[in-house]
Design a protein around this ligand. Structure first.
Ligand SMILES: [Zn+2]
Length: 293
């Protein structure tokens, strides 16, 4: 076995225990999670393929039910919030935009008015609703490649960690970009985040899940993009929860909902700390803006 990013053959076991399999479900068997000793890429020893196509069973398992409304309630505020922090770095005017793993299409909806073309890649259950709102629909990246269409801005915001072969997927994405003009925006959960540093095992217990094949961090993402000849235009830390949430989790030593956090700090202080966390790339997610070549 070789590391998919750096080809190193030496690994350490970072986890050999039950992992999360759904909302409040844990696996019956122990699952092994490995880390590359060279580039620190963390991954499931046995890749899980059944969630690859972002299908109905995935939604059902992780969102409770597989309806579009449920999807929307769960994802809309998060999606727009994620999106806004990168908005200022992009120009959408007259651009052709596509979002991979778009679901209901919250982001492309938001960009519809200011861009030229909007398209989404996702399971066919979203086809009609996307088309009704004048978005193009593709079931997968191969279908986009076959169409010979290319795009100026490509979003890939919660996908890479689920892939069985993320390198192959990125190579395909690169083919729908126009040489050094198109921009690819990738968001991935950051393995080296402040929750892991502060809380450790009790955080990982909830964080390791059967739908994630990979747990990336800055060093291996940089290396992967370099190897695939992407140019990093911008790299941002993105923290999804407040400092009060982090400290409440730490104090109680168990996972809490954001709204149930103890108010250790006011909004101003919170913002200040979150900015520091993001700046130091200790955030829960990392966002990359890339161009090809
Ligand atoms: Zn490696």
């Amino acid at each position: 076995m070789k590391c998919i990013i750096c080809s190193n053959k030496k690994f350490s076991i970072v986890w050999f225990d039950r992992i999360r399999e759904g909302k409040n479900l844990f696996s019956k068997k122990k699952v092994k999670i490995l880390k590359c000793n060279n580039c620190n890429l963390v991954f499931l020893e046995k890749k899980i393929t059944k969630y690859e196509n972002n299908n109905k069973s995935f939604r059902k398992k992780f969102d409770g039910e597989s309806t579009i409304n449920k999807y929307l309630n769960f994802h809309k505020p998060r999606e727009i919030k994620k999106f806004k922090s990168i908005f200022m770095y992009l120009n959408f005017k007259n651009k052709r935009i596509i979002e991979s793993n778009c679901g209901y299409g919250v982001i492309i909806d938001y960009l519809k008015k200011i861009s030229k073309v909007t398209a989404g890649i996702d399971h066919k259950i979203y086809k009609n609703t996307l088309k009704n709102r004048k978005h193009e629909h593709f079931e997968n990246i191969d279908e986009v490649l076959n169409s010979k269409k290319n795009f100026d801005i490509i979003f890939c915001l919660s996908e890479l960690e689920h892939k069985v072969k993320p390198i192959d997927f990125l190579k395909k994405i690169k083919k729908i970009m126009k040489n050094n003009q198109s921009k690819l925006i990738i968001r991935v959960p950051n393995y080296d985040n402040i929750y892991k540093s502060l809380i450790g095992k009790n955080f990982l217990k909830y964080d390791f899940r059967s739908s994630h094949n990979f747990y990336f961090s800055e060093v291996n993402l940089d290396l992967m993009f370099k190897k695939l000849k992407f140019r990093i235009i911008k790299k941002l830390g993105h923290q999804e929860y407040s400092i009060n949430h982090l400290l409440t989790f730490f104090k109680k030593n168990k996972r809490v909902k954001e709204e149930n956090s103890i108010k250790f700090f006011n909004d101003k202080k919170n913002k200040e700390y979150i900015e520091k966390i993001q700046k130091n790339k200790l955030s829960t997610s990392l966002i990359y803006i890339l161009s090809s070549a």
